[in-house]
Design a protein around this ligand. Sequence first.
Ligand SMILES: Cc1cc2nc3c(=O)[nH]c(=O)nc-3n(C[C@H](O)[C@H](O)[C@H](O)COP(=O)(O)OP(=O)(O)OC[C@H]3O[C@@H](n4cnc5c(N)ncnc54)[C@H](O)[C@@H]3O)c2cc1C
Length: 437
Amino acid sequence: MASISRALRPLSRTTPSVRLASKRLPTYRPVQSAYAFSTTQRRRDVDLSHLTPTPITLMSETETMMADAVSKFAQEQIGPKVREMDEAEAMDASVVEQLFEQGIMGIEIPEEFGGAGMNFTSAIVAIEELARVDPSVSVMVDVHNTLVNTAIMKYGDAQAHRAWLPKLATNTVGSFCLSEPASGSDAFALQTKAEKTADGYKINGSKMWITNAQEAGLYLVFANLDPSKGYKGITAFIIEKGTPGFSIAKKEHKLGIRASSTCVLNFDDVVIPKSNLLGEEGQGYKYAIQILNEGRIGIAAQMTGLALGAWENAARYVWNDRKQFGQLIGEFQGMQHQIAQAYTEIAAARALVYNAARKKEAGQDFVQDAAMAKLYASQVAGRVASSAVEWMGGMGFVREGIAEKMFRDSKIGAIYEGTSNIQLQTIAKLLQKQYTN
Ligand SMILES: Cc1cc2nc3c(=O)[nH]c(=O)nc-3n(C[C@H](O)[C@H](O)[C@H](O)COP(=O)(O)OP(=O)(O)OC[C@H]3O[C@@H](n4cnc5c(N)ncnc54)[C@H](O)[C@@H]3O)c2cc1C
């Protein structure tokens, strides 16, 4: 199978950002524009007078092709393995290989380092399309692209780019290691310590809940180099699998996204060279905040993809397969209203996701938009995936189809990369700032 990103490269280089796909799409697509329309920022901050208003959910030709190609790949190559991977609580190694072959693991990495050199929205599109089929594969791609790749591209120097980006684009899965047994929502209370040595650093401590831990070869680890400075001692390091003293202590068994590995990691006197420092000492907390702000848009996309996948699966069943009282169950008005309500909520969540993505690309402040997108998309995913089980009756409850899996998978959206309460806190804090005299 030809690589998706290679097939799109010529287009991504030549397509003007406002050229739109002429093809009518089954789902809404965002438009790439120099500026995104804000529902949240004071409009007087941005001069929009020269722009022709376009729907936020239309996308460029490149992004549309990305969506179509990833959707096809997900349905054909991942779809048949979803149930088996969930039951085995393991990611099929061939899926990981294919993700690299397809170029989906280096979407924003520049071409000179083996990546696809595409934009952030292309990554969001891929995460969403994968989640329509399997949210576990989607989160692997999300963490790898929006957290690990982004951190190294943004904060690494030229040497770090040369050392890590080609691996991340072609064969090495990345993990983002911030949470610890005693620090989840209060992430910067982390206890993992770094000490300076003559040639580099020594890391000691534990990380918990680490996605991709099993498959990863590169771990972006946050540790405190100077606890006397509190969170201002937090520093980002890169640790490779196989470094003496590094171990995977435990793999968690979970309610949902069971094919995605989530592990406890131990670091016992892990010695790394100076070149494994990412960026500057003491800047780790800033990096983590900034990366997670972006990453949240990815989780929001995962949740909208999940919601759409659960909705489509149930819609096909009620409108094609199941008859009761002599008619298709999707023809009862009581069902139709629920189905329409759910789709409307998915469309609203997608608008928030793509608005946040466009604002990030446009260099605007997107923190509140990302938090709102993640909060709302995970709520919608939970509601829609739950309703989809009910619409399918007993067939939604059994482990043959994907309905019950999507329902289980949806719960994680309210927990990782900042719980729903933490998103609400962020939104409220920013609103209060705007509305305080
Ligand atoms: C499957 C999975 C994958 C994960 N992947 C990663 C990963 O790759 N890398 C990584 O670093 N971490 C990862 N995490 C960790 C994840 O980010 C944390 O679980 C999350 O931040 C919540 O932390 P916690 O579990 O300690 O919950 P807690 O912080 O203990 O929160 C428990 C409850 O208390 C509430 N709460 C806490 N503080 C407040 C407050 N100030 N105000 C109101 N309510 C509050 C929360 O909203 C929540 O409802 C993952 C977690 C899971 C479950």
